[in-house]
Design a protein around this ligand. Structure first.
Ligand SMILES: O=C(O)c1ccccc1NCC(=O)[C@H](O)[C@H](O)COP(=O)(O)O
Length: 241
């Protein structure tokens, strides 16, 4: 059985590494330099970095310089998220050298464009399915964007390579992941799923690991690392098989 991939998160707002609660603008706790955080996760043995431009996601500007600096400094693979909604922002994101990007709002508002870029870029495109209940949310998770399962069926048919599934009610709360949601999504798609939101403990990671045979490929970990609930070294050891 392959091991669960871990993706430590660096969410950037106004040039700083932050964590939000439920992804809500204004709920930031700041954790300093995004580059320092990313380098720390890399030194600890991460194989992936999940890097989010929250200002681009919220439409309050962008952190392109910081994102480029961090991505350029990484020897590990980078998954880039936040505000990638058109050719210009996609080209800029891919040009950073990231391994893949996450599209969120665009998958809800610009389905034809998303089908086109999936066809062009294959597995460098993932789609973030950010949900409250089974309703998708876009524009920095502030607006409803349709039904999870209808959108998933459409994206599957278009050849989407991978999904990053976030229960917004869990995100940044340290309340544990929504394992039922992950199971339900894996039951209706054969594409790999990356779990995001709510991880609080090594036991949460072990529980997500048990879903690898069902299709969960990775887990994003943000708040728990910044809050020092465990170290990344401990997390990597917990999911090693
Ligand atoms: O990814 C986005 O585009 C995004 C947009 C708006 C608000 C938040 C967004 N992402 C948050 C994350 O990806 C978190 O880093 C991740 O879910 C980690 O959550 P947690 O482990 O609960 O801190």
């Amino acid at each position: 059985m392959p091991k669960l991939e871990l993706l430590p998160a660096v969410d950037v707002r106004d040039g700083q590494a932050v964590r939000l609660v439920h992804g809500e603008s204004g709920s930031e706790t700041s954790y300093g330099s995004p580059l320092d955080a990313a380098l720390a996760w890399q030194s600890a043995g991460a194989e992936w970095l999940h890097l989010v431009d929250l200002d681009a996601a919220f439409g309050t500007g962008d952190n392109r310089d910081v994102i480029s600096e961090v991505t350029g400094a990484m020897d590990i693979k980078v998954e880039l998220s936040g505000g990638i909604r058109d050719d210009a922002s996609l080209e800029a994101a891919l040009a950073t050298g990231c391994r893949r990007v996450n599209l969120g709002t665009a998958a809800l508002e610009s389905p034809e464009w998303v089908a086109k870029v999936i066809a062009e870029h294959g597995d460098r495109i993932a789609v973030g399915l950010d949900v409250r209940g089974t309703t998708l949310r876009g524009r920095g998770w502030t607006r409803d964007g349709g039904d999870l399962y209808e959108t998933l069926a459409r994206l599957d048919a278009e050849g989407c390579a991978r999904y990053v599934v976030t229960d917004i009610a869990k995100d940044g709360t340290l309340e544990g992941p929504n394992l039922g949601l992950l199971r339900d999504v894996c039951a209706v798609t054969d594409r790999p799923v990356v779990a995001s939101g709510g991880v609080s403990s090594l036991d949460d990671l072990r529980a997500i690991s048990l879903l690898v045979p069902e299709g969960v490929e990775g887990a994003i970990v943000g708040k728990a690392l910044y809050a020092k609930a465990f170290t990344l070294e401990e997390a990597l050891k917990a999911v090693a098989v």
